[in-house]
Ligand binder design. Sequence first.
Ligand SMILES: [Fe+2]
Length: 228
Amino acid sequence: MKTNSSTENHALRVKAQPIGIFETPIAYGRLKDADEVMKELEVAIRKRKTISKGLSRSNLGGWHSESDMLEWGGPAAHRLAEAAINIAKRMSYFEESSAEDRRWLVRMWANVTPEGGLNLLHSHPGNLWAAVLYIDMGHETEQESRNAGGSLYLEDPRFPMAAMRDTAFRMRGVDGQPQQYQTEIELQRGNLIVFPAWLQHGVRPHTGKRDRISVAMNIDAVRKDVGR
Ligand SMILES: [Fe+2]
């Protein structure tokens, strides 16, 4: 619209700063000096796999142990649980009490996935946090791991709300980038990831020749005085 008035010539200028709220905290790290621990875990897992049929959960084509790995995983499993709890404690806040007032509980299991195996989208209800340690991504070569399947993907917990009006629509995050409905995380041996247990996630089909091996955990905290 053309007008003679100079004040109406320009679009209104607004100084707007995007802020991100309602974050989903995810801890993503690497175990240090843990080669020995990971070797011990792998030995225990392979041994267990020969005597236990495992469970059917989100796993398709892979072996999922019973969730009692703390009973057969040896000291290495307990050290891993402690490391995961420490991360979970740092990301937790309790009204009118502290993380130390709680008894922290871990259920642990192993996943051994051969070529073609995957995990369907799922969450871990009834827990505060979920965690996974990666022991072997199952790829022989650098090249193989670059084209890798087997990656962990996380689904935006706001999905499908943001796509309800227009499936092509993405909100830009505070970094200006479009927020996709799923995010893949690149993982290597030794990576430990801790995320909210309600956050839906899955594993893309594993394309490597070797087994992909990971250890998953459910982490919960109950009040010592009331036991829940
Ligand atoms: Fe999971």
